[in-house]
Write a protein that binds this ligand. Structure first.
Ligand code: TMP
Length: 219
């Protein structure tokens, strides 16, 4: 049995990644491909605990390097315990966010810098990288409005709401969008920029097109 393929979905807030991860997994399953859906930060019980530390609470709760190290601690656990074992068994893995998020949020838009994030990646994961990365792109205002609508009515107590990054200013989110464009531009073999400003059906069709082309799957 061959190794499975590792697909990541990336993008700013409110791009619809989690909906699209489910839809892509369903489309692959319908073609007889075994799939694991996962997410970052998270994807193992321990990494989900680290997620809570990262996505809730005060904006300034972590200095930038500590935050980056927490993302990489969670990622290492996720890759070792969930991603690599599944790939080795021939299962495809679809992750809602991966290393490009750290490069964009902490490396480009945050203060840690690209070189430090790249060096940390090399130390923690070596050359391990997704086979295909789908970067969902949409205007910042649209994404933040969607993310805000999603947060209201979750029933989560204040302090438990997963909005720590959404609360960062508009300028942060604009530089994030530019960062994802730049990442996609620098690695055209691995990355596809997908217009996510349409309805979920349109976005799912664009994603499927990219996946089917990359892996020679029947439409
Ligand atoms: P989510 O809202 O897509 O579930 O992601 C959780 C938040 O964590 C999101 O606002 C982006 C942020 N994040 C980083 O800042 N760096 C990372 O490496 C990852 C994986 C996520």
């Amino acid at each position: 049995m061959g190794r499975g393929h590792f697909i990541t979905l990336e993008g700013g807030e409110g791009a619809g990644k989690s909906t699209q991860v489910k839809r892509l997994a369903a489309a692959l399953s319908a073609r007889g491909i075994e799939v694991v859906q996962t997410r970052e930060p998270g994807g193992t019980p321990g990494a989900e605990d680290i997620r809570t530390l990262l996505v809730t609470g005060d904006l300034g709760r972590w200095d930038a390097m500590t935050e980056t190290l927490l993302h990489y601690a969670a990622r290492r656990a996720h890759v070792e315990k969930t991603v690599k074992p599944a790939l080795a068994r021939g299962i495809w893995v679809i992750s809602d966010r991966f290393a490009d998020s750290t490069m964009a949020y902490q490396g480009y838009a945050g203060s840690v810098g690209r070189e430090a994030v790249a060096a940390l990646h090399k130390l923690v994961l070596g050359d391990f990288a997704p086979d295909l990365t789908l970067v969902l792109d949409l205007p910042v205002e649209t994404g933040l409005a969607r993310a805000k609508a999603r947060m209201t009515g979750t029933g989560q107590a204040p302090g438990q709401i997963e909005d720590r990054y959404e609360r960062m200013g508009l300028a942060f989110h604009e530089s994030l969008r530019a960062a994802f464009h730049e990442i996609a531009r620098r690695e055209p073999e691995r990355c596809r920029l997908i217009d996510a400003d349409g309805n979920p059906d349109q976005v799912a069709a664009a994603l499927w097109q990219a996946v089917a082309t990359r892996f020679n799957l029947p439409a």
